[in-house]
Design a protein around this ligand. Structure first.
Ligand code: DHE
Length: 499
């Protein structure tokens, strides 16, 4: 039997759609950074039988089983050198839709602030739902494999959506039309919008950069290489908007630093570096350039990611590398101030906060253990640990709801949704709306009267619940719906949602 030659097979069968450099073309990038995240059918199976309802054909008639296995292994090998993705290359991918016409007013009767977007990962679309009638006003195609929350302009009119291959799509909710697209990175994590809605930051793994785009026309404003003070190049795990600070906060995957990037053109000097003086809390700072996109480094003991921020954005909790601790950083003084035990890999980015007996508390699920931790943000103690039927991924609540909705995402009970009373911290109901299916991620309508839950399967659905009685009202069929995002809850930074 002939020896398999995966590089040749790639060039013959894959390169035309996925790029000769494996960085994507009309098909997605085929690199380990993307493929290790691939869930569902495995890679060999996709090569053999293709992907239904996409342009990915089946290769089982052309390639032998051993050749398919060798090709799958080849795709999982890292690229030999880190590819460049310069501002010029980014700019060359920018496509603004010629037939886009900005509407003077919403082209529908629904409340534009009660629109909810549903990301349907089954066939890479977003459904635009009227949050009152649950009618689908539009269903548009997204780039392949959207990840993280779409980000809305402060007036709620435009939304930006990012794919793991680094594409950013701009969509006009009033006109129900795509405005344009650009590829801001080659493998990206998430996006954040500046408080004034003018700048969009894209956190990249490949290359190790932060791309800053103008939200107006998706043009490149700046590409910041991410290099630590000691010269370590780092991937950016995530970027977050810090509204009160008028900045972006960056989690660095490979370097013991947190970066703060100013989004206010009139920002006072932010600081290039810090020298800790002996006196507690005092810092000597070395000023860097002033204003827009000036960068400040906060040095920490080890890389942290998956941030939860307090409401005033003075503090963040990040997850430690060993997945056993939460580390609290005071962003004002720029140093770690506390640690708390959170074994089982806390998923702090899904954290939500509320008032409990006069205390400001937050809750976080854990990705490796079936429990939720409730934390007092005044003294950073763990108030309570709630046992659930398995590890969860997302939490949601709303100012007008007394309940926390907590999914179980992994394991045999992935069809479970727990309802927890915010005051007693007890599970008051455990639902199994679609036995055997993954049931996850909740979003509320603007007024908190309804909760929307995803049946995260290819022939899935969004289930609409009465958020008070917890009764199911309707099911909207959807293709593997994942996250759902209500415009009002997002632009007002509702305490019951992650940001
Ligand atoms: Fe996510 C948000 C990181 C795997 C679906 N995810 C986020 C955010 C981060 C993050 C930093 C916040 C960004 C934002 O919204 O701006 N996610 C990670 C990981 O590190 C992790 C564990 C591994 C990885 O593959 O990168 C991971 N995430 C997943 C999935 O496997 C999920 C379930 C399916 C998928 O789409 O890949 C998934 N992540 C989501 C969703 C959000 C998200 C739906 C937005 C939640 C929201 O309500 O805002």
């Amino acid at each position: 039997m002939a020896q398999a030659d995966p590089a040749q097979d790639y060039a013959t069968s894959c390169a035309e759609c996925h790029g000769s450099d494996r960085l994507g073309g009309i098909g997605p990038a085929l690199i380990p950074e993307t493929l290790s995240r691939m869930r569902g059918p495995n890679l060999e199976n996709v090569i053999a039988v293709g992907r239904p309802s996409t342009q990915m054909p089946a290769f089982e008639d052309e390639l032998e089983v051993a050749a398919i296995a060798a090709l799958a292994d080849y795709l999982k090998t890292p690229l030999e050198t880190e590819p460049e993705w310069t501002p010029e290359q980014i700019a060359a991918t920018r496509e603004m839709d010629a037939d886009y016409v900005p509407a003077d007013a919403p082209v529908f009767d629904a409340d534009p602030l009660n629109i909810t977007l549903v990301v349907e990962t089954g066939d890479h679309h977003v459904s635009v739902l009227d949050g009152d009638t649950f009618e689908v006003l539009d269903r548009f195609e997204t780039p392949f494999a959207v990840h993280g929350g779409p980000k809305f302009t402060p007036d709620g009119r435009f939304v930006f959506i990012m794919s793991r291959d680094g594409y950013v799509q701009k969509y006009d909710i009033w006109s129900l039309q795509q405005v344009g697209r650009v590829r801001a990175g080659l493998n990206s994590r998430n996006i954040a919008i500046s408080p004034d809605g003018k700048h969009l930051a894209v956190a990249n793994y490949l290359p190790m950069t932060l791309t800053l785009l103008s939200t107006d026309d998706l043009s490149v404003e700046k590409v910041m290489p991410v290099i630590s003070k000691t010269g370590v190049h780092s991937r950016v795990s995530a970027v977050y908007q810090a509204p009160q600070r008028d900045s972006f906060i960056l989690a660095l995957k490979d370097a013991p630093e947190i970066w703060e990037v100013a989004t206010d053109p009139d920002a006072p000097p932010v600081y290039e570096g810090f020298i800790h003086s002996q006196e507690k809390g005092m810092i000597e700072a070395i000023p860097s350039s002033e204003g827009l996109f000036a960068r400040r480094r906060i040095e920490i003991a080890e890389p942290l990611d998956d941030f939860f921020f307090t409401d005033d954005y003075r503090h963040l909790i990040g997850a430690s590398r060993d997945g056993a601790r939460g580390v609290v950083v005071n962003l004002n003084v720029g140093r770690e101030i506390a640690e708390l035990p959170l074994p089982g890999m806390p998923h702090l980015g899904s954290g939500i906060s509320w008032d409990l007996d006069g205390r400001r508390v937050m809750a976080t699920p854990h990705l490796k253990e079936g429990k939720l931790s409730i934390i007092d943000t005044a003294d950073w103690s763990v108030l309570k640990t709630i046992d659930t039927e398995g590890p969860g991924f997302f939490l949601r609540s709303h100012e007008n709801s007394p309940y926390i909705w907590a999914d179980v995402f992994f394991g045999p009970n992935k069809d479970v949704m727990h309802i927890i009373d915010q005051n007693t911290l007890e599970i008051v109901k455990t639902m199994r709306p679609e036995p055997g299916a993954t049931v996850a991620h909740v979003e509320f309508t603007r007024d908190g009267s309804h909760a929307l839950v995803s049946v995260w399967e290819d022939d899935g659905a969004v289930i609409i619940y009465d958020a008070k009685t917890l009764q199911e009202l309707r099911r909207l069929p959807m293709r593997k719906p994942s996250g759902k995002y209500n415009v009002f809850n997002k632009i007002t930074f509702s305490e019951g949602t992650s940001h």
